[in-house]
Design a protein around this ligand. Structure first.
Ligand SMILES: Nc1ncnc2c1ncn2[C@@H]1O[C@H](COP(=O)(O)OP(=O)(O)OP(=O)(O)O)[C@@H](O)[C@H]1O
Ligand SMILES: O=P(O)(O)OC[C@H]1O[C@H](OP(=O)(O)OP(=O)(O)O)[C@H](O)[C@@H]1O
Length: 205
């Protein structure tokens, strides 16, 4: 039995569609059901942010999650395959009429992604105060809460509509197929076979 944590939300439909293609079956979790068993696979329906936690603690052997979340969580997991969908970047956003300069003693940066942000600025030895927010990040520079933001940019529309612009890309992200380390060693053959099927379903070699 292999347990796979699939995300709800933005990359939920693409994840389901991919596994439906492989299993040639419609995946129906039902209105509020969180576990689905198909053949000798068990699928869990969890939040994107929680996928690495399930897989790290081996409550799931495998999972699908955005690379941004994987980087932010920093857990030791096996990255098996880039699935390609859910493409976006993690970028620094500033006001449209400003330039990205680092000549003040410190900058205030609003973000959901504290760890990615801390690591980025500390590697560059730029002193920052990180302001943790849970949403509507683009608002922060507009009301003086922060000098800049670190946030997801997909179409760029949210920044644009709020008078901001992406000034620097920290990383590119897309959905990844991941594994728990122990599961990978214990069930390597089955996991690699599934990885191969996913790659073929995506049109790769
Ligand atoms: N516009 C976007 N905003 C946020 N994430 C995006 C966007 N476009 C693509 N993504 C990708 O989709 C993934 C899932 O995003 P989603 O908003 O569903 O979940 P989340 O906010 O990370 O977590 P949770 O489901 O726990 O709220 C992200 O990790 C990111 O990789
Ligand atoms: O480049 P775009 O296509 O405009 O997408 C980027 C926006 O989408 C996400 O916000 P979300 O919709 O998750 O809202 P929230 O951050 O307020 O929860 C992200 O945090 C950006 O604000």
């Amino acid at each position: 039995m292999l347990t796979i944590a699939l995300p709800k939300g933005r990359i939920g439909d693409d994840s389901l569609a991919l596994f439906e293609k492989i299993f040639a079956k419609e995946f129906r979790f039902g209105e509020r059901k969180l576990i689905l068993e198909i053949d000798d696979f068990r699928f869990l329906r969890v939040r994107n942010q929680d996928v690495p936690t399930y897989v790290y603690h081996q409550a799931a052997d495998l999972g699908v999650v955005g690379l941004d979340v994987l980087e932010e969580k920093g857990l030791d997991l096996v990255r098996l395959l880039d699935l390609g969908f859910g493409a976006c970047s993690v970028s620094i956003g500033i006001k449209e009429d400003e330039e990205l300069t680092f000549n003040k003693p410190s900058y205030r940066v609003a973000t959901k992604m504290e760890n990615i942000t801390r690591e980025f600025f500390s590697k560059k030895a730029i002193p920052v105060e990180i302001i943790k927010l849970y949403g509507s990040i683009e608002l922060a520079p507009l009301v003086g809460l922060a000098d800049m933001i670190v946030d997801i940019v997909e179409t760029g529309e949210t920044m644009k509509q709020n008078g901001l612009k992406p000034a620097l890309t920290i990383m590119q992200s897309s959905a990844y197929f991941i594994a728990n380390k122990n599961s990978f060693y214990d069930k390597k053959e089955k996991i690699l076979a599934l990885r191969q099927q996913l790659q073929e379903a995506l049109g790769g070699a």
